[in-house]
Design a protein around this ligand. Structure first.
Ligand SMILES: [Zn+2]
Length: 309
């Protein structure tokens, strides 16, 4: 069975008067109901990540800082990520839900989707770009600690570079990264020449898309991605399925359609079937036009369902 996290506690991760608010989560839920696929999916509950779990990736000083800033109502970064009332709990729920998703994927050798996960701009010791705690970073270290799973593929198609993941694991030879993003927008990182460092050289692949890029530009790059992945040993897949790469997103300038979500999901399912016993967790990521959320994420889920079990 394919699972989706649809616990309304996820709606607590919502910045007031801000593009990242809980209308995104509710639009997704509504879209699943509209397509009548909700009844085919298993449900994952949410929970708050324990402090000990946050510490798998984040520094204790940063965790205290988030708590303190919430009381003071300031910003967690330089102006993108406000410390709204409830931010500490809401952020812990996003991480806890991703960890529950990982547990279920492993328990049943299956695919799990968490629409509010994928907070790829948070670093170990700082927030950034609407991301407070990095559920991906915590998830990677959780997979390694709890399940002894070392070789992980992180595949990110959000329009923004997943800098918080990329640079935190820059020297990690067992974390493979494929990151598609638009060149020249926030956070301004992720050049093609950056391929990992030290023993990890060659384990990361940045693919920069130009403003206005269309599906055919994206698909042209998939050949290199396939070659890159061909030689890698992968035991678990984390996908960040940001849909701010679709046309008309208010924060980016790409011209893609949800076909890229479908194709990438198919590619990852092939890898999962061959190498990971089908285990894969998909995280929603960015996307600030509700119509695009309603198209892209259900498209991913439809592909997951088509591949059955
Ligand atoms: Zn984004």
């Amino acid at each position: 069975m394919v699972y989706v996290a649809l616990d309304d506690r996820l709606s607590l991760y919502s910045f007031p008067n801000h593009p990242f608010n809980n209308s995104r989560y509710f639009s997704f839920k509504q879209a699943l109901e509209g397509r009548k696929i909700l009844s085919l999916l298993g449900k994952i509950n949410s929970r708050q990540a324990e402090i000990e779990e946050l510490l798998l990736f984040h520094t204790p000083e940063y965790i205290d800082f988030v708590k303190r800033e919430e009381a003071e109502g300031g910003y967690l970064d330089f102006g993108d990520t406000p410390a709204f009332k409830g931010v500490f709990k809401g952020s812990r729920i996003v991480v806890g839900t991703t960890l529950n998703s990982i547990d279920k994927a492993i328990e049943e050798n299956t695919r799990v989707f968490n629409p509010v996960g994928g907070l790829h701009h948070a670093y170990r010791d700082k927030a950034g770009g609407f991301c407070v705690f990095n559920d991906i970073g915590v998830g990677i270290n959780y997979l390694r600690k709890k399940y002894k799973i070392k070789n992980i593929l992180y595949f990110d198609i959000d329009a923004h570079h997943g800098d918080g993941v990329f640079y935190s694991f820059l020297e990690d030879p067992n974390l493979y990264i494929v990151d598609f993003h638009q060149r020249g927008i926030f956070p301004g990182t992720g050049e093609k020449r950056e391929r990992g460092e030290g023993r990890a050289l060659g384990t990361k692949l940045n693919i920069e898309l130009k403003s206005g890029a269309e599906d055919r530009d994206f698909f042209r790059e998939l050949k290199e991605v396939r070659e890159f992945l061909d030689t890698k040993k992968i035991d678990f897949i984390l996908m960040q399925a940001g849909c701010d790469c679709l046309a008309q997103d208010p924060l980016t300038f790409l011209n893609l359609t949800e076909e890229v979500h479908r194709e990438v999901t198919k590619l990852l399912l092939e890898i999962a079937e061959k190498f990971t016993k089908g285990r894969m967790v998909i995280l929603g990521g960015g996307g600030y036009l509700l119509e695009n959320i309603k198209k892209a994420w259900p498209a991913v889920i439809e592909e997951l369902l088509l591949r059955g079990a």
